[in-house]
Design a protein around this ligand. Sequence first.
Ligand SMILES: [Zn+2]
Length: 375
Amino acid sequence: MNSRVLVIFVDALGPCQLEAAGGFGGLPYRGQLRGFLGYSCGALPTLLTGAPPARHGRMCLFAQAPEGTGVLAPLSWLGLLPRVLHERSRLRRLAAWMLARQARLTGYVELYRVPPEAFRWLELPEREDLFAAERIGGCETFLSVARRAGLRVFAAPWQLPEEQRWAHTEAVLREQRPELAFAYATELDGALHRAGNDSAEARLAMRRISTRIARAAEAMRAGGGEVRTIVVGDHGMADIDRVVDPRGLLRRLHGVRAFVDSTMLRLWGDDRTLARARDVVEGEGLSGQWLDTGALEARQAPTHGDPYGRALFLLEQGSLFAPSFVGGAVRGMHGYDVGSSSALAAIASDTPIPESCHSLTDVAPWVRSLLGVSA
Ligand SMILES: [Zn+2]
């Protein structure tokens, strides 16, 4: 007989964080999942579809687009304003909101500190609500497979503030008795970024999430039948011990198209340009490594059309670019190389975790098999 399944996604739940949270109460089975290069906007699609980033195409929030064709291009007018104005977060949020409305974007839209002149050649790969989308980059999610099979499916509205979202989730689980439910916790990621791993803020967030998981599992069981609960993260979190100001380096890279993410400097250009850029970057003596297209392919990163850079310089775990195009100095970060501890995601369940489940790509097939539906 098939089970009803409750999947609880906890952003930034790595093995260390799961241990610090005491395993979230009553979930006896625990494991760790190999993650991929990139950030949550790549890991979440992998978790939902079971496909690596090379297939669904998501890795970082901002990708490259041909000049003037991307959905962000109209925002280059922000560059006409003085920097003190256009860098204001209120103005940026308003511009993001207007863009989302006008271009009918239902995904996560945030402009951070991207320099206005870069909007001309940037694109937002995530244009749709990941939990409602039938496919992400052509790959079906386990939510859409279950809907297609006629199951009652609930996915938490990620747009709601944390508390409201959980209250709503609990009520729906009790009243609508979904056969597949996907709950969503974001506050641990925020707390770990702001305050780091060994912080009161992170411990408080863990305690709240622990309670919410227990309540959601109880609400789900009230619907009857066999219920399996899976708690899963997308990556962990590393404490920052070195902040690298990229501004001098960017000036020395003059003429090379570059995007500074929090842990990687992404670069575009022909072979000669990139060889010159590599000399400049490696001359800085930063701890990290140069990843060319071959190295990106080996990590199953999307390389077709070089959306996230034809090469990139990836910082060593514990280092952070700040100010980057996506933020300032923080205490915790993820987005390091695949072998680093913070690239691992945790998984916990009330059901034995299959031996075949050791990568983020293995969760979707497991969920589908518990539900008795196939892709
Ligand atoms: Zn994060």
